[in-house]
Design a binder for this molecule. Structure first.
Ligand code: HEM
Ligand SMILES: [Ca+2]
Ligand SMILES: [Ca+2]
Length: 303
């Protein structure tokens, strides 16, 4: 499953030496216009990597055999900013035509999103190729539901070579961004004592999401108290019973993962260190490289 042998840290050294600087500049520009962009790029990267690996399959309008877009999957609800990867690609085609894959742009955009939000500066190997296929059936099956169990969660990230600490660290991506009522209502209108939600937090969420079936899905709630800052606030909130999604509180209180939540809550630099290694593993799992795949000319369609 884990295959990073054909990726390299200096992959574009000769063919596109300014690549990382260009991506960084664009991500900064987008974030100035819309500060929620960083979270969007980070989630986009995860949802790409979950389906066929990190191969930009999520950007295709359809695959080469006419397969429908992965965006049709309900698991990709509220995925946004895909077109901005296409914009970066356009700029890179002027600078270094036909060299840089859309898959590498997604990974670099996510890495920059973390850094510019105050998180660690992560080194990732490059050289991913783009897929010619996409699969909304796999998107339904592989992108986790917010109600996934702790053991399914650990199994999912173990298959990417992550240990328990790394699995807990990668979920710390939820330090950025929001969730919508549709992904929350189950928990706030459920009175099971096993649901370890802080009482006043639940009351607040009920005000923001007033009905069990949201009429509209426009209301979004920050996942932690500092949704624009990449910090360890997510862990602090979750252990206080202020985890927004059921996965957040489940992993915060599960005996196998709770000690790591405590550790990250108290030691942000340790969280950053483990997140960095987890991110590099996520980015290198099951990628197309060497002669497999292609470098798309336009990110939303195969060549
Ligand atoms: C089992 C694991 C995970 C589950 C079940 C999960 C589920 C979710 C759900 C339900 C949302 C809210 C969507 C909405 O209502 O708008 C969300 C948001 C988000 N997720 Fe995850 N997630 C998981 C792991 C990850 C990982 C590994 C990353 C990144 C490496 C990630 C990054 C994000 C980000 C950044 C947001 C906020 C997006 C935004 O504000 O635009 N998640 N996640
Ligand atoms: Ca993919
Ligand atoms: Ca935060």
């Amino acid at each position: 499953m884990v295959s990073e042998e054909n990726l390299a840290y200096d992959y574009y050294k000769r063919t596109c030496p300014n690549l990382e600087a260009i991506v960084k500049k664009e991500i900064i520009d987008f974030s100035l216009t819309d500060p929620t962009s960083a979270a969007a790029f980070l989630r986009l990267f995860f949802h790409d990597c979950q389906v066929q690996g990190c191969d930009a399959s999520i950007l295709l309008d359809h695959g080469h055999r006419g397969e429908g877009s992965e965006m049709a999957s309900s698991r990709n609800f509220a995925i946004k900013k895909r077109e901005l990867i296409g914009h970066i690609k356009f700029i890179l085609e002027l600078e270094c035509p036909r060299q840089v894959s859309c898959a590498d742009i997604i990974a670099l955009a996510a890495k920059e999103a973390v850094t510019i939000s105050g998180g660690p500066d992560i080194r990732i190997p490059l050289g991913r190729k783009d897929s010619t296929t996409c699969s909304n059936r796999q998107a339904d099956a592989q992108i986790p539901s917010p109600k996934i169990s702790a053991s399914e969660f650990l199994h999912m990230f173990a298959s990417k070579g992550m240990n328990i600490e790394e699995s807990v660290a990668i979920l710390g991506a939820h330090t950025l961004g929001v969730g919508h009522c549709i992904n929350i209502v189950d928990r706030i209108y459920d009175s099971k004592p096993s649901n370890k939600m802080d009482f006043s937090f639940k009351a607040l969420l009920r005000l923001q999401c007033p009905t069990l079936i949201p009429f509209t899905n426009v209301t979004s709630i920050p996942i932690d108290a500092t949704p624009l800052v990449f910090d360890n606030q997510y862990y602090k909130d979750a252990v206080m019973g202020r985890g927004l999604l059921s996965i957040d509180s489940r992993i915060a209180f599960h005996p196998q993962t709770a000690p790591t939540f405590r550790r990250f809550e108290n030691d942000q630099s340790y969280f950053f260190q483990v997140f960095s290694s987890a991110f590099a593993k996520l980015s290198s799992t099951n990628v197309l490289s060497g002669t497999k795949g292609e470098i798309r000319r336009y990110c939303n369609r195969v060549n």
